[in-house]
Design a protein around this ligand. Sequence first.
Ligand SMILES: Nc1ncnc2c1ncn2[C@@H]1O[C@H](COP(=O)(O)OP(=O)(O)OP(=O)(O)O)[C@@H](O)[C@H]1O
Ligand SMILES: [Mg+2]
Length: 489
Amino acid sequence: MNKTINILVVDDEKAIRDGCHRVLTGKGYAVVTAENGKIALDILLKEAIDIILLDLKMPVMGGEEILGIVRKTYPDIPVIIITGHGTVDTAVVCMKSGAYDFITKPFQIDQFLLTITRAAEKRRLEQKAIQLKEENMRNLYDLNLEKSRLKAIINRMANGVMVTNRNLEVVLHNPALMRLMEMSTEIENPAPISRITDERSLIDTLKQILTGEFPEEESISQEIEAGKRTLRAISAPALGPDKNIAGTVTVLEDITAYKQLDQMKSDFVNMVAHELRSPLVSIRQINSVLIEGLAGPLAEKQQEFVKRGMNKIDSLLELINDLLDVARIEAGKMVQHRVPTDMGRIIEETVALMGPRAQEQGIHLTHSCEGLKPVLADPKNMEEVINNLVSNAVNYSPEGGLVMIIARGLAEYMEIKVEDTGVGISPEELPKIFDKFYRVKHPKTRQVMGTGLGLAIVKGVVEAHHGTIDVESVVDRGTTFRVLLPMIV
Ligand SMILES: Nc1ncnc2c1ncn2[C@@H]1O[C@H](COP(=O)(O)OP(=O)(O)OP(=O)(O)O)[C@@H](O)[C@H]1O
Ligand SMILES: [Mg+2]
C-alpha cells in the first residue's frame, strides 16, 4: 500500500491555505500549512514532507529565497510554485533554479490536482527507488557477511580444502591445504592443479568426477602421498545452481600417524604369530610321536585326549598362518613365486579334500571346468583362495544344500564361481565381509568356528594376481562368489 503523501502548503493568504487543505485532504493527501517561510522551514525540520506548494510573494521571506534553502537542504522534495499572473516570469526563473512545476492563481482545480498527482507520483517512484537501493545494499551486506563467515570457517579448518572448476583449475583452497602439501609460497586463484599436486591418482579421480563417471552423491576416498605424509583425499562433484557438475571439492586429512600406528600393530601381530608358531609346531610334533605310539603304547582314552589336543593345535596353527598371510598381503609380499598354474587341478583337489566333510554335513558338492588355460600364479595362494571359498560355502549352508564350483575360460579371463544354496548374506553385511576379522552374526551359523580372515586373504590374493572378486547373495537362498583371474593366453 502507498504511504500517504505529506504536502506542505506555504502561502500568506489564508483562503489559499484553507482551499488547498480542503481539496487535497479530500483526495487523501495529508496537508500541513504555513503562513510564511520561517514557519515552513520549522515544519520541514520536524516533519517528513513529500511535496511543497510554495507561494512566491510573501512577506517575511520570499518564495525564491525559501526555494533556494529547500533545494539545498531537501533536494529530493519537489517544490511547486504558486504564482499569480504577474509573477509568471519569476516562476520560470524558479523552474530554472530547480522548482518542479508551477501553478497559477486562481487555480483551475483539475490542472491543480494533475500537477499534484504528478509530483506525488514522482515522489513515490523516487522513494521506491531509494527503498530498493537500500534493500540491495542490505542483501549485498548479508551476502558479504555470509561469504566472510564461510571463508573464516574454511581458513580455520584443520583439514585441507581444495575446490576446482570444470577446467581443473583450483579456485579455492585453504591454509591447511598449503601446509599438508608442504607448499610455502601462496598461490593465486585460479591456478592449474599441477601447482598444488602432481599426484596422478588424485588428478585422474577428479577428471573422472568431472566427466560424471561417478554417481553425484558419491564421494571417492583415496590415499595419496605428499612428501613425508600420507593423506586421505575425499573428493566429490561440486554442483552448480543448475545441478550440473561445476567442478570438484576435495577434503584432505593427514593420516600419517594412523598409518604408522597401523603398521606398528601389524608388525606386532606378525611378531607374535611368528613367536607362537615355532613352539606350537614342536608341540604338534611331540603329539604325533605320542599318537603314533613311538613313545610307548597309549590307552584308548589317552589316545582320544591327545587327538583332541591335536585338533586344537591344528586350528591354532591355521589361525596363525592366516594372521601371517594377512600381514604378508598388507606388506605386498604375499605372492612369492608365480608359475603357470592349472586351476582345474586345484579345484579338483579341493573338491576331493573337502568332499568327505561336505558329505558329513549333508551337502552336495559339484564342480565343472571348461576352456581353462593356466594362470600365472603362486599355486599355494590359489589353493587358499579356492579352499576358503568352498569351505565358506559348505560351512554357511544348512544340511541338504548344494555347492557348485563352476570355472570357465572367457577370452583373457578365467571366471570361477562358487555358488551355494546356504543362509545368504544381507545387503547391509555384504560390503563388510571382506574386512579382516569381520564375521556375520547369524543364529544358524553360530556354531561355525572361524576368525573372519578367510575372505580378507582371498581378496588380497586375488588382487595381488591382478584379478577381481565380487559377491551376490540373497538371504535364505544362497550366495555366489565370482573370481576373475587373467589367464596366460
Ligand atoms: N558362502 C557364504 N554364505 C554365507 N555367509 C558367508 C559365506 N561366506 C562368507 N560368509 C560370511 O562372511 C563372514 C566372513 O567370512 P570369512 O571367510 O572371511 O571368515 P570366517 O569364515 O568367519 O572365518 P575364517 O577366517 O576361518 O574363514 C563369515 O563369518 C560369514 O558370516
Ligand atoms: Mg571362511
